[in-house]
Design a protein around this ligand. Structure first.
Ligand code: 0L1
Ligand code: MG
Length: 262
């Protein structure tokens, strides 16, 4: 299997770099979830070798809406790097993506190293702040089609993120209204309660997953809690924003003129 791990990791890295999708791997040669995380790590090594650095982690499929949209039933996690971070209010060029989608999220900033499984009561003590956020996902698989193992191997479709203004109002995070707008029109509406019943629960989940992987997450890391609603496809010229009631708004515009693909 080790050759397959290296082979799939390289193919996924190349697909992202060349902006060319690949067929899903698990249908041709099934692999376990543990192997999927090994592929994810091997694929991330290519990015680190190219100069990217980790800024945090993301959880995926923490809401029913996302599980139903993508036809999977388990929580997953992947890495965020500095190359994925887009400016709030900035302009995003779609050229580096294959078939990008945006989804509304909650982003946490950690203030202590997470190096063991946390309880729900401890979670807030490990946090510096929380902000409204948008994740740009971009599956490296043709037609955005994958199994749970495929998507984990593909670093959980991580491609970009925009983070709004930070707040410390953790108490009002339980059931805040979430609106995603494209060109001012509401395209997705939901609640932060859709994220595991309460977004702070993602801290508990993240700490357990990191402990299982024997990884300590340093203070100052970002944790994306997972989408509260389904994702929306992106197209040139659009303006995308996410508002979380009581926490403000963040957004980005998409460049109209697309540069030549690399
Ligand atoms: O936030 C999420 O639930 C994202 C899951 C990423 C996988 C995908 O939908 O491509
Ligand atoms: Mg997401």
């Amino acid at each position: 299997m080790s050759t397959d791990i290296a082979h799939i990791a390289t193919a996924l890295d190349q697909a992202a770099r060349k902006v060319e999708p690949v067929a899903q791997f698990s249908t041709r040669s099934p692999f376990s979830l543990d192997d999927a995380y090994l592929i994810q790590r091997a694929s991330m090594r290519h990015r680190y070798d190219a100069g990217e650095r980790t800024i945090g982690v993301k959880l995926g499929f923490t809401s029913r809406a996302k599980m139903i949209q993508m036809g999977v039933d388990s929580l997953i996690w992947g890495w965020l790097t500095d190359a994925m971070l887009e400016e709030d209010g900035g302009v995003v060029d779609l050229q580096r993506f294959i078939h990008p989608r945006a989804e509304p999220e909650v982003c946490f900033l950690t203030k202590r190293t997470i190096d063991r499984p946390l309880t729900a009561l401890e979670a807030v003590d490990y946090l510096e702040a929380v902000a409204p956020a948008i994740e740009i996902i971009d599956s490296r698989y043709q037609a955005f089609k994958f199994s749970l193992e495929d998507v984990v191997a593909d670093n959980c479709s991580s491609a970009g993120l925009v983070v709004g203004a930070w707040s410390r109002d953790f108490a009002n995070l339980a059931n805040a209204g979430v609106l995603m707008r494209i060109n001012g029109r509401v395209v997705q509406a939901g609640s932060t309660a859709a994220i595991l019943g309460h977004p702070l629960r993602t801290l508990v989940q993240a700490s357990q997953l990191l402990a299982k992987a024997q990884i300590a997450l340093p203070a100052g890391s970002l944790i994306m809690a997972g989408a509260a609603t389904a994702a929306e496809a992106l197209s040139p010229g659009a303006h995308v924003s996410v508002e979380i009631a009581g926490f403000g708004e963040c957004g980005f515009s998409i460049a109209m003129q697309q540069r030549e693909k690399p």
